[in-house]
Design a protein around this ligand. Structure first.
Ligand code: UVW
Length: 338
């Protein structure tokens, strides 16, 4: 019997990577999977896959997430910024600057940690649902916030676990923008297969599935004044209510999904027939059931244009989050090398 759960959610892989596993499908990023990725380096060109981290600008995309705010420590009469450190001669006096920043970990280009989304679920079969996350780690015990008495953060499933894996492997870009332009479409299994037709690679276990929709390009073009109505009605997003798509995610063995849009999946999602359902079905399937990390608001414009021209879809991806213990997400600067 597992010490954290007696019942695992239907369709989940809890326990398959060990009773205390905290990185889920990143376990499939084996040395062989990394070498497969490294074989995609043929030209030596690198692409930055991050938005500037002060985009989208404002907080209309997500009211609870705000722009970075810098501050500076006082030093002497002024601040430790453009500070003249005494030198032997005034002509050679050093000038130093330090800064500190309040950074919402999921404001811009980001990883969701496995501690980001869980579900009320009866893990011990006693008839009462608990707040649980991937592999049975519990809210209020392993992941604690200000309403849990003592806020110790994500002592399990925090983003530092992903960072410690190194996060390198083969990225495969599925170009939804080429098919749909800026049209708002929910892409299920059939749509994803259509977008993958003619691609020069198949997706293999341990690959990173990267989705280019044009959403981050649109954000960038809005120059830090995002138009919420345009953003809510633009670009492709995955249809998290499509069971065939969820089955594909399970069966494919992909390590992570990294999209350039707001939440990877269409949000709000379609209302299903059943009475009880998760609001974020793809987050539920990936973060909660399978331990698949989600990347959001990545920036693919230049990489996608280059891959189109070169008639390629795969690249070597380097994408570690900050090794920030206890965080439920992290900004990052992913790099594609081709
Ligand atoms: C939503 O909250 C909709 O998505 P995420 O937190 O993963 O950005």
């Amino acid at each position: 019997m597992n010490k954290r759960w007696t019942h695992r959610p239907e369709g989940s892989n809890w326990g398959d990577f060990g009773p205390d596993d905290q990185v889920g499908r990143m376990n499939l990023v084996t040395p062989e999977a990394r070498l497969r990725g490294a074989k995609e380096i043929r030209e030596g060109l690198a692409f930055c896959l991050s938005l500037p981290l002060d985009y989208p600008g404002g907080n209309v995309l997500m009211p609870l997430r705000r722009e970075p705010v810098f501050r500076h420590e006082r030093r002497g009469e002024g601040h430790n910024y453009n500070y003249e450190m005494s030198g032997v001669s005034p002509c050679y006096c050093d000038i130093v600057s330090d800064d500190a920043v309040t950074l919402y970990t999921q404001y811009s280009t980001q990883w969701d940690a496995l501690a980001h989304v869980g579900q009320m679920f009866d893990v011990d079969g006693d008839g009462t649902a608990e707040k649980v996350y991937y592999n049975g780690y519990q809210g209020g015990r392993d992941i604690t916030g200000p309403d849990d008495g003592e806020a110790r953060g994500a002592e399990a499933l925090g983003i530092e676990n992903l960072a410690a894996t190194g996060v390198q492997g083969r990225g495969v870009l599925v170009d939804l923008e080429r098919l749909h332009g800026r049209e708002r479409v929910a892409v299920g299994y059939d749509g994803l297969m259509r977008a993958m037709e003619g691609m020069d690679v198949t997706i293999e276990p341990g690959d990173f599935l990267c989705l280019y929709t044009g959403f981050a390009d649109l954000i960038l073009s809005m120059n830090k004044k995002p138009d919420p109505d345009v953003l809510a009605t633009s670009c492709a997003a995955l249809d998290g209510r499509d069971d065939k798509l969820l089955n594909f995610i399970t069966d494919s063995g992909i390590a992570a999904i990294c999209a350039d849009n707001f939440a990877v999946e269409a949000y709000p999602a379609r209302t299903p027939d059943s009475e009880r359902y998760p609001a974020l079905p793809l987050h539920n399937h990936c973060l909660f059931k399978l331990g698949i990390h989600l990347g959001e608001l990545w920036y693919y414009a230049q990489l996608a244009a280059w891959l189109r021209e070169a008639k390629r879809s795969a690249f070597f991806l380097t994408a570690p989050p900050l090794r920030l213990p206890g965080s439920v997400g992290s900004p990052l600067t992913p790099i594609a090398t081709v």
